[in-house]
Design a protein around this ligand. Structure first.
Ligand code: SAH
Length: 466
């Protein structure tokens, strides 16, 4: 691989060299971490997944170095721009250190689950590292990491001193693992009969425990960790993302502060993250609604885990396994004081954007119909393809259509342990509306949904019918 070589080495060094379009040059210089296939103008030779690629500018000066991936539309994920430097152990150590320092002081011992590395935005393109108590979960979104994974794991072990490291890989890499792991480290001997392709290479598997300090630790049991003093479990081996939705922590705190005395509906509840905060905040009842029986079982266990808290103990908890879009649209009998809508991404591709915006609007409108007087709606979107203003816009529009006064309490974006340093990395947004009309949204809708003729915005960002 030659990793750790001086990147200023001349053209005869065999280093993979690229020239990109002028427009892409400007984008990379501006700090954007992706070079798309269409922007590559010249390449000195074929490259393999995970090889370091050096990008030279129009004047043949070093512009950037990044991880090459011949199979991805993102051909290079930039690691560094500016002056040439060594990409070796010291580089990775410094990168890890930077990410850790960025989180200094964010969490006390009441929070032992959070994100340590958030991909590109922490200088580790396509790689995520989450902490769940003494377990670390490393998740890869590109096979470009595979050839140097052993080295990276060593650096993480030395720097973080975890008891266990679990490897997770996004679905797109899982088929590539074998090839990507083998190609850069070809077996020194031709394969003989009965020999596996893994000779001389390491084959990595999704959900594999790649490091374990104590052999007696039970593998497969969910890991229990703390988030603001609440106990949660994470299925680090098989669960969605890395086992828990750590990105919603700050929104959960807000929900806790709004929940006192309320009947709460947590739609797309997963393992009850928002629900436990609402319960601790004094909610009268919490209803978890999710399609997944597994998620709801996990939510029940999380409630049991936190029964030491008197508010959690006194909160009525129920679970409903159903399609939340349909359940909310069809619900006429149940009314809630606080509704959280946190669906999975509704736009996986740019082409799905317009449809997703409409779907977010419909979901929010249907949710509003289930709200009691003075009810609060918390609507979230985790689709990077739907921009924050588009999402906020459609939710506000639906609230205005419902014909009630409402106060926009807050909008939220990324939590500090989930930094987003470029547009495509920004996916999470939330909007909080409190309906302030003396007529409840449901009545309005039933009486024909009187749309306001004109809307005015006052200083408190309150929308009033004129
Ligand atoms: N709010 C959660 C995260 C939600 S992730 C938290 O704070 O942890 C999205 C959830 O939506 C997943 O649990 C998934 O099982 C669920 N889901 C996906 N499609 C659904 C549907 N049509 N109806 C109900 N739940 C659905």
């Amino acid at each position: 691989m030659g990793e750790g070589e001086l990147l200023s080495a001349g053209p005869r060094s065999g280093r993979l060299r690229l020239r990109i379009t002028a427009a892409a040059e400007t984008i990379v210089r501006g700090g954007h971490p992706w070079v798309f296939t269409g922007s590559v103008q010249k390449q000195n030779r074929e490259g393999t997944a995970g090889e370091l690629a050096v990008i030279f500018d129009r004047n043949d000066k070093f512009l950037a170095v990044g991880l090459f991936d011949p199979h991805s539309p993102i051909r290079v994920r930039v690691l560094h721009t500016g002056k040439p430097l060594n990409i070796g152990t010291e580089f990775w150590r410094a990168r890890l250190d930077m990410a850790v320092r960025k989180r200094d002081g964010l969490f006390d011992e009441r929070t032992t689950g959070y994100r340590l590395i958030n991909g590109e935005s922490d200088g580790w393109p396509g790689l995520v590292l989450d902490r769940y108590d003494t377990t670390l979960v490393l998740k890869l979104y590109t096979p470009a990491w595979l050839p140097r994974l052993g080295k990276i794991l060593g650096i993480i072990r030395a720097g973080m001193k975890p008891e266990r490291i679990v490897l997770r890989m996004s679905r797109n890499i899982q088929q590539d693992t074998r090839e990507a792991a083998v190609l850069p480290h070809p077996s020194p001997h031709p394969l003989g009969e009965g020999e596996s392709l893994a000779v001389g290479a390491r084959i990595w598997r999704d959900g594999e425990v790649v490091f374990q300090k104590r052999a007696d630790l039970e593998i497969g049991a969910p890991v229990v960790f703390l988030e603001n003093g609440l106990k949660f479990e994470a299925d680090v081996l098989r669960g969605q993302k890395t086992g828990f939705f750590l990105d919603q922590r700050e929104n959960r705190r807000l929900v806790e502060s709004l929940a006192r005395g309320r009947a709460v509906l947590n739609a797309f509840s997963f393992s009850g993250g928002f629900s436990l905060y609402a319960a601790r905040g004094g909610a009268k009842s919490v209803t978890d609604l999710d399609l997944s029986a597994h998620a709801l079982e996990s939510a029940k266990r999380n409630f049991t885990r936190n029964e030491g808290d008197v508010n959690v103990r006194h909160c009525r908890h129920e679970t409903i396994q159903a399609d939340a879009f349909k359940w909310i649209a069809g619900n006429s009998g149940r009314q809630f004081d606080l509704i959280i809508l946190d669906p999975p991404s509704l736009a996986k591709r740019e082409a799905e954007r317009a449809r997703a915006i409409r779907a977010y609007g419909k979901l929010a409108a249907d949710g509003m119909k289930c709200l009691k007087r003075h009810g609060i709606l918390v609507a979230c979107s985790c689709s990077a393809h739907v921009l924050a203003e588009e999402f906020f816009g459609v939710v506000r529009q639906m609230a205005a259509k419902a014909g009630c006064n409402f106060v926009e309490l807050q909008t939220t974006r990324h939590a500090p342990d989930h930094p987003a340093t470029f547009k495509e990395a920004e996916y999470l947004k939330g909007i909080y509306l409190r309906f302030a009309d003396n007529q409840q949204p449901a009545d309005r809708w039933q009486s024909g949904g009187l749309a306001p003729a004109r809307l005015a915005i006052d200083s408190g960002r309150e929308f009033r019918r004129l």
